[in-house]
Each structure stands twice: as structure tokens, then as C-alpha cells.
Ligand binder design. Structure first.
Ligand code: ATP
Length: 366
């Protein structure tokens, strides 16, 4: 079992400039076998959260409860958790086999034969049995990371903690290792908390994503919940690549149809959209994902005709960078599209695809 309750976790660092609240009231129940990814911009508190769970940092306040038992004051070794680091943290003078056995030798009184059996089984499963005699210096990055993972697996922990474990690998190997890691996690069904910067890793690997900003949890949900129903503008902008486009707009109800007015365009609202914002003041942020912007014939209702700055054909889709009100926005259009820079493109934001946020708080209204 590996059900982990992280209760009101808080970590404050103190330095010359004062207090730094690295983690503020992180409160999440993680189910047995669940794969949770922590994402957020640099410095948002991902690693500190993970290190507090591992016992490598002492929380300022909060509790950690693993399968009903408080482990907050337990030493790292006594938590039944195994951590995998970005830089693998293998001992350079030991062979892969010795690296994988070391933790078990130090923390358990398992007989030698049993340790050897576990190490060889794990190595075979990860396709590294022929590397067991080699030292880290003779292994590639991907092989070292497999050994580091193997070392975590043989401990049979209740929780895996992984801090950007794939970020030192090249793009192709990262993709391979991503699927391998998922397979391993599913096979062992171990509760996993995984820190990454990488959108694709977060979206594809996790059961749930926890989005952090400035030490605070912004949203926790399945990848598609975070993508389709972001709770605020921060999550909307962070999840999805290329990022959602945002426009500062003001609501004008003086005419027949309620209209959002931007410096460069006006956008008439359907009744059901207006109903979602009519009691929320006048300042809003309109959000539209690049893939939701449509190219339409000139003269279409609610369309605008910005200048194209650059197009980037990727084969299946083309990123079109548009100049609207002096800022650059992105539209992702299907297929190969070539548009001369400087030409106009008529586009529309379909009413059922737009997001609306409170202009002051960033809270999602629609
Ligand atoms: P990154 O993605 O860049 O690794 P992160 O989201 O993992 O960032 P943390 O490393 O957890 O963020 O840092 C959160 C905040 O706490 C940052 O402002 C950081 O400067 C601060 N911090 C982290 N460790 C310490 C420390 N030992 N002493 C003082 N401040 C710290």
C-alpha cells in the first residue's frame, strides 16, 4: 500500500533578505498507486515539496501520513520511499550491481542471496542485466538513469519520488524512457510523485497534475481537466503548448449586444456567454487556445484580420504568429500553410471555445 496524505505542508526558508515561503499549505491526498506530477515555473516550490515528502527538508508545519501512519518525523530511510534524482546520484567507484544493492545492504538485513536475486530480477526487467558489472563512468546517460531507477525499484518502496529524472537525457531517449518509466510504474503499481518542467511528461504520464505557482497549489486534476477546465488564468496559461492567448478586454453593454472591447477588436457575446460574466464587473481577460483559432472568410461575424508576422510549418500543423494590438499571438492551423509575412489573415475565436477570466483576480468565469 502507499496512500499518502500530505496535510497543510508549509516550508519557509530564511535568508538575509527575509523569509521565503517555498511551499504554502500544500494539501493533497494521493491514492495508492497513483502517479502525480508536480509542475510549475522555476522556483514555484516543486523540489521543496518533494524534498519535504522525502524527509530531506524539515517542513515548517504540516503532516505527512503514509497508510494512516504519521511519518513527518521519520528519518528519510525510515519512510519506505525511494527517490530518483536528475543527476542519478550513483556512486562512481561502484559497479551498477553494487549501486543497486547498496541501499538494501545498508537499510535491511536481507540475506545476500535475496539481495542478489532482487537486483538481477530488476536489472533483467529494465534490460540492463548485461551492464551490472560496469561502473557509471562506462555507461550512457540513459543507462545510468536505468540503474538509478533499478536501485529505487529493488527497495520495493511504497512511494517513488522523482525529481526531473529524465531532464539530462537527449530528446529521443527522453521519449523512450518516458514510456519505460510508465510501464515500470504500472507494473509495480507504486505511488509516484514526479517533478518536471516538461509539459509533455506532465500530460502523458500522470493520473493527476498538481500545478504550483509561487509556493501555492493552483489546481490538482487530471491532465484533461487542467487543460479543458483550468481553475484560473495561471493554469490556463501554463498547461498547453503553445500557450493560451490572452487579451485584456472591457465589457460594453451600452449597445444592443453585450460586447467585449479590446484595443484592436470588438467581440459580440452570445447570451449564454454573457450570462457567465454579467455579474462580474467590467474588466476581463479573454483566453483562446492557438488550436481553437479558426481561419475564416473576410466579413465573418466577430472576425478580425491581423497581420501575419511569421509562419512555422511543422508538417501536420502550422504555427501562425499574428500581430494584434502591438503584441504577438499564436494560431495553430491544420496542414501546411504558407502566408507571406505582412499579409493579413482573417481569423475568428469561436464562441464555444473562448475562456473568460476575472480581469482582477484571474479566476475562471467561463
Ligand atoms: P526549479 O524548477 O527551478 O528547480 P522549484 O519549483 O523546484 O524550482 P524550489 O527549488 O522548491 O523550486 O524553490 C522554491 C523557492 O524556495 C525558491 O524561491 C528557492 O529560491 C527557495 N529555496 C529553495 N531551497 C532553498 C534553501 N535551501 N534556502 C533558501 N531558499 C531556498
Amino acid at each position: 500500500m502507499g496512500k499518502l496524505d500530505v496535510q497543510h505542508l508549509k516550508k519557509v526558508f530564511h535568508d538575509n533578505s527575509g523569509d521565503i515561503v517555498a511551499v504554502d499549505d500544500f494539501d493533497v491526498e494521493i491514492e495508492d498507486g497513483e502517479f502525480i506530477v508536480l509542475v510549475g515555473p522555476s522556483g514555484c516550490g516543486k523540489s521543496t515539496t518533494l524534498r519535504c515528502i522525502a524527509g530531506l527538508e524539515t517542513p515548517t508545519s504540516g503532516e505527512l501520513v503514509l497508510d494512516g501512519e504519521a511519518v513527518t518525523d521519520n528519518k528519510p530511510k525510515a519512510r519506505n520511499m525511494a527517490m530518483v534524482f536528475q543527476n542519478y546520484a550513483l556512486y562512481p567507484h561502484m559497479t551498477a550491481e553494487e549501486n543497486m544493492s547498496f541501499g538494501l545492504k545498508m537499510t535491511t538485513d536481507l540475506p545476500k542471496d535475496e539481495i542478489r536475486k532482487r537486483v538481477h530480477e530488476a536489472a533483467e526487467m529494465m534490460g540492463i542485466d548485461d551492464l551490472l558489472g560496469k561502473k557509471p563512468g562506462d555507461l550512457s546517460g540513459g543507462q545510468q538513469q536505468r540503474v538509478a531507477l533499478g536501485r529505487a525499484i529493488v527497495r520495493e518502496p511504497e512511494v517513488f519520488l522523482m525529481d526531473e529524472p529524465l531532464s539530462n537525457l537527449d530528446a529521443k531517449l527522453r521519449t523512450t524512457m518516458r514510456t519505460e518509466l510508465q510501464k515500470i510504474q504500472q507494473k509495480f503499481d507504486v505511488t509516484t510523485i514526479y517533478v518536471t518542467h516538461d509539459q509533455t511528461e506532465a500530460m502523458t504520464m500522470s493520473d493527476r497534475i498538481a500545478v504550483l505557482n509561487d509556493g501555492e497549489l493552483q489546481q490538482i486534476g487530471t491532465p484533461l481537466e487542467c487543460y479543458h477546465q483550468p481553475e484560473n488564468q495561471f493554469v490556463a496559461g501554463f498547461i498547453g503548448s503553445p500557450s493560451m492567448n490572452f487579451f485584456d478586454v472591457e465589457l460594453d453593454t451600452s449597445g444592443e449586444t453585450p460586447t467585449l472591447v479590446h484595443d484592436a477588436f470588438s467581440y459580440e457575446l452570445d447570451d449564454d456567454v454573457y450570462a457567465d460574466i454579467e455579474n462580474s464587473g467590467q474588466q476581463f481577460t479573454l483566453g483562446i487556445r492557438p488550436e481553437d483559432i479558426k481561419a475564416v472568410p473576410a466579413g465573418t461575424h466577430n472576425a478580425l484580420s491581423p497581420e501575419v508576422e511569421v509562419t512555422e510549418p511543422l508538417g501536420d500543423v502550422t504555427y501562425v504568429y499574428l500581430q494584434i494590438g502591438g503584441k504577438q499571438y499564436t494560431a495553430t492551423l491544420e496542414g501546411d500553410i504558407v502566408i507571406e509575412p505582412g499579409r493579413q489573415l482573417t481569423v475568428q475565436f469561436p464562441q464555444d471555445r473562448i475562456h473568460l477570466f476575472d480581469g482582477k483576480t484571474g479566476e475562471t468565469l467561463r
